[in-house]
Design a protein around this ligand. Structure first.
Ligand code: AMP
Length: 172
């Protein structure tokens, strides 16, 4: 087992002054490292048996879609404003650097279906908690969250529903 932190680059002041951006692209370049990084999130799938895996645009798509395809589970995108066609529901929120809006197609979620949400990184928790609210508003049942990286000093976990399982592969 390698130390996965060796495969995360840190870029100072990106995309804004004061932010230390965690670049996880080096993980994806090496399939064995990527496999190791997915272990905690795969464990989430085993423990929760979801009907759907929801990925948050855009870096969350990489992990969520790989996980959904490999485990033969449906994938749904949670997207930024104005990207999804047809009927959408959306919520505005604040994040570590700025503000944004997430949207989902409610028709993509059957009532009470079991959904896990995947993103690359948990920082303040604004993005993930908003995604969770969207799933609930669309009448899905939120059962878990999976992240490749968690910045524990920002206490994002506290913003998430304490009743759902939360798994992160790399904790800072
Ligand atoms: P937050 O809503 O504060 O938990 O921020 C999480 C979202 O913002 C994720 O979708 C990340 O991709 C992105 N993000 C926040 N902080 C960072 C960071 N330091 N490095 C890389 N991505 C980040």
């Amino acid at each position: 087992m390698v130390n996965l932190k060796n495969y995360v680059s840190e870029i100072n002041d990106f995309p804004k002054h004061g932010i230390v951006f965690k670049d996880i692209n080096p993980i994806y370049r090496d399939p064995l490292i990527w496999k190791q990084a997915m272990r905690a999130i795969e464990d989430l799938v085993i423990k929760t048996s979801p009907d759907l895996i929801a990925g948050i645009e855009s870096r969350g798509f990489i992990i969520a879609s790989a996980l959904a395809y490999k485990n033969e589970i449906g994938f749904i995108p949670i997207r930024k404003s104005g990207k999804l066609p047809g009927k959408v529901i959306g919520i505005n929120y604040h994040l570590e650097y700025g503000s944004d809006r997430l949207e989902v197609e409610p028709e993509s979620i059957k009532k009470n279906s079991r959904v896990i949400i995947i993103d690359d990184l948990l920082a303040t928790g604004g993005t993930a908690s908003t995604a969770g609210k969207l799933i609930t508003e669309a009448e899905g049942q939120l059962i878990g969250y999976g992240f490749l990286i968690e910045l524990s000093n920002l206490n994002g976990r506290k913003k998430l529903n304490p009743e759902v399982l939360i798994k992160s592969s790399i904790i800072y």
